[in-house]
Design a binder for this molecule. Structure first.
Ligand SMILES: [Zn+2]
Length: 226
């Protein structure tokens, strides 16, 4: 594959087609910066990665009208995107095969565009073939790149929270001991113990400790302190 430096960044479409020319070559993938930036960060294209392309002009005279001018573009490359399931790089092959009809100006392009399924562009300026190839390839990128079968057992699972231990004690196992009821806003432990006792034997530990529930007199109000 010849890596010749032909860079038709400003192609005269009419002249190219009329001469029935064709052109082909390869660019380093890194030269197509927008496309390169779309690849997986851990598998960026290297010097050996190329975009191969070929372009052929077609020119068909028409009686009583402008000739029909078309460009036929083919291009392919291989790059790596981030798998949306496991986040590892996934190989993606891009293969472009497009034919576009070129007309005199924008007005004619708009008119033809509504009349036919054919892709139509105006050739009122020079064509940057590399930018065109890059546009087509960007459009051709899969929206949700994924391995057909992810290689590793979900290395990305952690990022998704799978297999990560839940916060301690949160609904994971029964609490080791029942919490005392919180409906009573007493601050003192003694008050709590007394409360439990008064609820009827629900707090054996209060007796197991051997200490009498202190039953602080202040329990029922703030009055005695004053
Ligand atoms: Zn994957």
């Amino acid at each position: 594959m010849s890596l010749r430096p032909a860079k038709p960044r400003a192609l005269d479409v009419a002249a190219f087609a009329e001469a029935g020319q064709d052109l082909s070559g390869a660019w380093p993938l890194t030269e197509l910066v927008r496309l390169s930036d779309s690849t997986a960060p851990e598998a960026r294209p290297g010097a050996e990665d190329a975009v191969r392309w070929s372009l052929r002009g077609e020119h068909r005279p028409r009686a009583g009208g402008d000739p029909i001018v078309r460009l036929h573009l083919q291009a392919d490359t291989r790059l790596f995107l981030s798998c949306q399931r496991c986040l590892a790089p996934v190989e993606v092959l891009l293969r472009i095969d497009r034919s576009v009809r070129f007309v005199r100006d924008e007005a004619q392009a708009a008119e033809l565009d509504t009349l036919s399924d054919e892709d139509v562009l105006a050739m009122d300026r020079r064509l940057d073939v590399q930018a065109w190839v890059e546009d087509e390839m960007l459009l051709d990128l899969p929206l949700v790149p994924r391995h057909s079968r992810c290689p590793a057992p979900l290395p990305g699972a952690e990022a998704l929270g799978v297999g990560v231990a839940p916060p301690e004690g949160e609904g994971f196992e029964p609490l080791p001991e029942p919490e005392p009821p919180r409906v009573q806003p007493f601050a003192e432990l003694g008050a709590l113990a007394a409360l439990r006792a008064s609820l009827g034997g629900a707090a054996p530990e209060a007796e197991a400790g051997g200490a009498e529930p202190p039953r602080p007199p202040r329990r029922k109000g703030r009055g005695p302190a004053s």
